[in-house]
Design a protein around this ligand. Structure first.
Ligand code: EPZ
Length: 420
């Protein structure tokens, strides 16, 4: 297994380009199954999760062609299999996103039941109840969700009792081809859901309320292929901004959008960052100052994203003062705290709350994490620690950060990958 070796002490500075969004690329690739003709999905990040989704489409017989810029042509007309097998689902839970489109377009889908993962139990009950409300017959058999709707899905009025990003995405894709109108209440408003809805509209779907918690979808008979550019990755943007703030640096991120991460930018300003924002960039300058610790509480968009919690916890670990970090979305997403404490951080855990008292200096250590964002937080910590930090199990990082070591090297970090 590859490892990242980081020698701390560099203050990040310079300019990099932000990649396309993983969490918007994945549902958009699943949505290609709804189209009658070929789709072109562009600005995809070159990441393991995207490759897994393409492998999943391929194993169903879907035609997939990739050009050198990660613009992918997907032609679902050659589909022969209606199954998402265990081997792929176990490596990527987001495979569940093919359930709604397959059922809506082909009337059947067998998807391996995704289990829990390091950050929580992550049930999919709301996805299934929503599809049942639209008339699907669903049974779980041999570890598979077997869903059938031979006469097609019917529009329904469905209230999601918890805000779920993947659940909203699966149901909106299913509703796009259902007969009649579907109303989804308490829908997720995450920018990735908006990006998916905009792609569906470009394919001919009729959706009202995009970006609100009430989506009204008038089903149409068919959807056409189109060309769609996925939005920039707001979590990648946030991660590099926090990395710069933690190292007291100054960076400019090209291809970044400020309107999709306002809660994160507010917290960075509270930490003492000077931000400047343009149509196509975000710059951050700490003017050499140590960050100030911030309190935060994760919650669905537009509140503070759970996917940025670990990185802010790492920043707080070396900040002035102390910050209270409350994780409300996933039950086990403060696991990085133990590794940070091994590097000399002073973090106390009380249930879903981490009380982080900033220390003057972290010390490099061998560390590993069991989740993507937790791994990113260890890389950030390694950049401000004395000596060498070796981050193990970086396949987690490769799921979500395109060329992370190259981008950090361009910003002046001393980081290299060694094969394990
Ligand atoms: C998406 O996961 C993201 N993944 C996650 O990104 C992100 O952390 C999460 O949304 C929250 O923003 C992708 O987009 C591929 P949820 P998802 O359904 O859709 C509970 C990353 O690091 N729930 O919004 O799986 C669930 O257990 C990742 O890139 C149910 O109870 O998340 C959780 O507590 C990891 N029943 C909460 O809702 C359901 O049927 C939110 O989960 C569905 C979810």
């Amino acid at each position: 297994m590859d490892k990242l070796i980081i020698t701390g002490g560099s203050c990040l500075s310079g300019e990099i380009k932000i990649s396309g969004s993983k969490n918007s690329g994945l549902p958009i690739l699943a949505a290609t199954l709804l189209a009658d003709g070929p789709m072109h999905v562009c600005n995809l990040p070159h990441l393991n999760d995207i490759t897994t989704m393409l492998a999943l489409l391929r194993c169903m017989g879907v035609g997939v062609t990739i050009d050198e810029k990660m613009c992918v042509e997907v032609d679902p007309s050659s589909i022969t299999e209606y199954e998402a097998p265990y081997e792929l689902v176990k490596t990527m839970r987001a495979s569940i996103l093919v359930l709604g489109p397959m059922l809506a377009r082909y009337g059947k889908a067998d998807v391996s039941f995704p289990g829990g993962c390091a950050i929580g139990s992550r049930p999919v009950d709301i996805h299934l109840r929503g599809l049942e409300a639209m008339g699907a017959d669903i049974e779980v058999d041999g570890g598979y969700i077997r869903a059938r709707a031979p006469k097609g899905l019917k529009g329904a009025h469905f209230l999601m009792d918890k805000v779920t990003v993947g659940g909203t995405e699966n149901l909106v894709m299913a509703a796009a081809l259902a007969e009649g109108k579907t109303i989804l209440e308490n829908a997720a408003r995450e920018p990735e859901v908006v990006d998916l809805c905009e792609c569906l509209v470009a394919m001919g779907a009729q959706i009202e309320g995009i970006g609100t918690d009430k989506l009204e979808i008038q089903g149409v008979k068919s959807l056409k292929g189109c060309t769609y550019d996925v939005m920039p990755d707001r979590i990648e943007i946030g991660t590099y901004l926090v990395a710069a703030a933690t190292t007291r640096g100054s960076v400019k991120l090209r291809g970044a959008r400020a309107d999709i991460l306002e809660s994160v930018l507010l917290k960075l300003e509270e930490a003492g960052a000077h931000l400047s924002v343009g149509d196509d960039f975000i710059s951050l300058d700490m003017k050499g100052n140590r960050p100030k610790a911030v309190d935060l509480r994760t919650a669905p968009y537009p509140a503070f994203p759970t996917d940025m919690q670990a990185q802010f916890t790492a920043m707080n670990a070396v900040a002035e003062g102390s910050g209270r970090v409350v994780e409300t979305v996933f039950e086990n997403r403060l696991i990085q705290v133990h590794e940070l404490n091994r590097m000399g951080a002073n973090i106390a855990l009380e249930g879903n709350t981490a009380i982080v008292t900033g220390v003057e200096q972290l010390k490099g250590a061998p560390v590993m994490a069991t989740d993507l964002r937790a791994s990113a937080s260890l890389v950030i910590a390694g950049m401000v620690a004395t000596g060498e930090t070796v981050v193990d199990r970086i396949y987690h990082i490769d799921r979500g950060y395109e060329c992370i070591e190259e981008k950090l090297q361009m910003l002046g970090a001393d980081i290299r990958r060694v094969p394990g």
